[in-house]
Design a protein around this ligand. Sequence first.
Ligand code: ADP
Length: 773
Amino acid sequence: MPILANRVLELTMRLGVVRFGLLIAAFEILFSMLVTVVLRGIVVGELHWVDYLRPVLFGLIIAPWLALFFTYLIKQLGESRDKLAQAHRKQQALNAELKRKVSELNREIDERHNAEAQKQQAIRYLQREVAERRETQIKLRDQAVQLRSLIDSSPDLIFYRNKDGIFSGCNLAYEKLINISEADLIGMEAADVYDASVFEQVRITDDKVLNEHESLTYEQWMTYPDGRKALFEFRKVPFYDARGNLQGLFGFGRDITERKQAANALEQAARDKTTFISTISHELRTPLNGIVGLSRIMRDSELSEEQHDFINTIYLSAVTLGNIFNDIIDLDKLEREQLEVAPMPLYITELIADVRALATLMCRDKKLTFDYQQSGELPPVVEVDGTRLRQVLWNLLGNAVKFTQQGQVGLGLKISPVKNGKVSIEFRVSDTGVGIPKGELDKIFAMYYQVSDQGKTKAVGTGIGLSVSQRLTQAMGGSIGVSSEEGKGSCFTVSLTLPVLSEEQLPDATAIELPALHVLLVEDIELNVVVARSVLENLGCTVDVAMNGTDALRMAHEEEYDVFFLDIQLPDMTGFDIAESLMNDPNQRLRETPRIALTANVIRDKQEYIKKGMLDAVSKPIDVNLLTMALGKAFGCIEESVKPAVTVTHDSKPSQDESVLDLAFVSQMHETLGSDLFAKSIDMFAQLMPDYVETIHNQLLAGDNKEVAEIAHKVKGAAGSVGLQRVQKLASQAQDLDHPAWEQNIQEWADGIANHYAADVATLRQQLKTLDG
Ligand code: ADP
């Protein structure tokens, strides 16, 4: 039926409504005609034309209505069909959507299944990991506990700081030292923990470790909360994370106080031993000089051959013994770092003549020939420590003779032309003796070293001579070297460059005529004022004194002075500050007035003083000659390069007082000041000292090293100005805070000053009496 309807509909569409109506009408007429014909034919048996007309009429009347009805029907049908098709399409679309959703749903379900499976797997994995972690944590905790007890049981200090210097932890030993628990320490900085003196060192070493990524070791004294001091050897190392980024530093500290004390005791014992031997040698040298002198005289007198040989042996043995004593005395000085050279004008040709004479004598005694060679010309006068140069050459020549059984010993001088006022001289001491094996050449300059297996020469000697000679040569600004061939001989070379002086440049300081000068003496230690004033007044000067920098500058403006003598260490400023202020003064006269430094320190380089505004510098205790020379130069009485001809020698009169007093200075002061004034100076010193000693003692207890050094500086000046050499030396060491073992020795030095000064003053008074007598 629906198919039929569809066909009808399609037909209607194809034919159009009118044609379809006509077709229906035609069909209906034909059908009614057929029905009428058939029925009439069957029922009546006869057909009439009306029978044909009636269906046509009926058909024509009914046809439009039928057409209308069918049209309407078809239209309704068409619409229904469209709706149906639309519904069908919708249905299809819905079906497709449904299908898609279903497949999406299926996929989602699959994914969820997968995710669930994965989740289950992850959970299993996590469970495993949690278990492993728990196990690792337990292990780590165990290890941390072990490590902690290890660190805490360490007697060494251990601490760590991050890269900003903040503490991250420490061990028990460190807690005890700083008296702060680790919990409190964490988060603190080094500056919160250490006092200023310690912190400075900590800061410098931290910087090095953290900025330059270097490990370093240093020593530092630390104080425990109960006041006990201990010397620690600290080691600081940087530490990094796994990626190599700096995280901070580890610090380790080991208490080395006992080790240090033991080392010091050992050193002290060695020093004591050397000092003892040196003192004995010193004492023995005087009688030995007698033996050398007398045996020499006797040797040249009329003797039998046998007597001559005996005396000669006595003489040579005594000379050798004397050399050994000298070496030992120098060794002691070397150990105390007191071996000094004092360059002064010297007729070098005379020195060479002496050395040649002695070498000839030594060689003759051993039946060796002595050869002297010289290339170049020696300047008549050079500036050098003659005693020391002679000692070096004697030493080398003595060895050359000692280690040569036959052949010759030579001394050769190679002199370069004078250049810039200096001459370079190469002294070559050669021999044809046993020689030195190659492997030993660099060792023979070491203290006590002797080449083994050199035949019978081995036993004679100490192994000190070359070591002393090397240090002396170096102190004179030169060098010493050796070349040798075993069995053929050795050659030692000493090279020196020495300032050349002309003979005219050797005036006697006492002959210098100084004008009457008006002097401003700036000096804060009363005792030094007394000494300097008397020296200056003896030279014909009138002297005003300022005891501090402020007064000095005021007085310099108020009065016209010819020269300023400026002490360097003053209570309110330094002598250099005064010099600078005067140099920059608008007043031309003040700018041009000569300034001479008076310093208690050793003057190593006068240029340093000249650079800082001084014309010259004179050491305290004042040497009258040097002061005269300085004034002479300042006022054009002598040439700039003049050196004093008269120089204090310390070796002239060996006696027990020598180490206590500077005898030459004392006699010079006695002469300059006169007995009364000198005695007054000594009294003044004796009055000052108890206060100084007490202050040093108290400041040592308080740990104020700076103050101790300052007082020691004053003691040094005061002792020096009256010639108390021993106290002056002790104070000189005590004032030197840069001394590497200051902390370890200061108590000894302070005790030395306290214990000796009274007895030394008594010795000085005694000496004064002797000089008066
Ligand atoms: P000493 O001569 O008292 O032993 P030195 O310090 O003067 O001490 O010399 C050290 C060592 O160097 C000597 O013991 C010797 O072995 C070696 N030596 C020095 N000079 C010579 C030389 N001219 N010939 C051979 N050996 C020498």
